[in-house]
Design a protein around this ligand. Structure first.
Ligand SMILES: C[S@@+](CC[C@H](N)C(=O)[O-])C[C@H]1O[C@@H](n2cnc3c(N)ncnc32)[C@H](O)[C@@H]1O
Length: 262
């Protein structure tokens, strides 16, 4: 796995219990294939195959992630068939009818989420379901408040994602985007996880955060989002934190169905 990607792998592992509890509540569908858009390391794709016993097209345009996912998934017994598929989520079309889809932590990265949803609606069978989960930083709380120098770095990261066309507040926009793309919303839940984090666990989470950040350092500096001094001050202030913290993180989880005539 590329070193810059370790944070994504950890995120997949650490959000596993909550993700699986959500997948267990997904609705039954007619027989047919499933597409997991932006599959990355494929944990969700494998869990869908496990739950439903169907063919799952795990679509991502990063072949190194799909190769790793294919190798690891061989060690996990699952019913169904995961088809690791290199492709663009804006254009890929599976060669068979699709009765269900999922997209988790993907739409926040897409410059044209409305275009992606319109394409997915065109791929999905009438009445088929789309399960979406994505972030909204508006539900992030940390107490005690992080140092101002660190908040500057976090804000710069959000700006960088925006210049790439992404949006870390996409959660609140999803109901409207889905409705306009031809979906009817069956449920719109906010999953907020809160934790009183021990000093040791906080240190571990900051190490993960740092892995993700180090991969973006050059882009932050060359894009003018931060000066080298702001970077140094921010990461030093974050590293100096000690004690326990209370943290929340929230995601929007939507079950949607393709509307008749859409
Ligand atoms: C944060 S990861 C998704 C994580 C995964 N769905 C999960 O639940 O753990 C986003 C993934 O979307 C992929 N991606 C982003 N834009 C894409 C596009 N236009 N076409 C295909 N894959 C894309 C990235 O390569 C990355 O692997």
């Amino acid at each position: 796995m590329p070193p810059d990607d370790r944070w994504l792998f950890y995120q997949t592992a650490l959000t596993g219990a909550s993700r699986r509890a959500w997948v267990d509540r997904w609705p039954a569908t007619a027989p047919g294939a499933w597409v997991d858009w932006g599959a990355a390391y494929g944990a969700l794709s494998v869990e869908v195959a496990q739950q439903r016993g169907c063919a799952v097209y795990a679509v991502d345009w990063a072949p190194a992630r799909l190769d790793a996912a294919a190798r690891w998934s061989g060690r996990v017994p699952h019913r169904g068939l995961v088809l690791w598929t290199a492709g663009d989520v804006m254009a890929y079309r599976p060669p068979e009818p699709v009765v269900g889809m999922s997209a988790r932590f993907l739409l926040q990265h897409l410059p044209d989420p409305a275009g992606a949803l319109a394409h997915w609606a065109s791929v999905l069978a009438q009445g088929g379901c789309l399960m979406v989960e994505d972030v909204d930083d508006g539900w992030t709380v940390e107490h005690p408040e992080p140092p101002a120098a660190w908040t500057t770095v976090v804000r710069a990261l959000g700006e960088l994602q925006r210049t790439r066309g992404g949006d870390r507040h996409i959660g609140r926009r999803l109901p409207q985007l889905l409705t306009e793309a031809g979906f009817a919303l069956t449920s719109t839940d906010v999953a907020i996880e809160g934790a009183w984090v021990s000093p040791e666990a906080f240190a571990l989470s900051r190490r993960m955060e740092r892995l993700r950040l180090d991969g973006e350092r050059d882009a932050l500096l060359s894009g003018g989002h931060l000066t080298a001094g702001e970077w140094e001050a921010g990461v030093a202030a974050r590293a100096a934190a000690s004690g326990s913290v209370f943290m929340t993180a929230g995601t929007l989880r939507i079950e949607a169905h393709k509307r008749a005539g859409a």
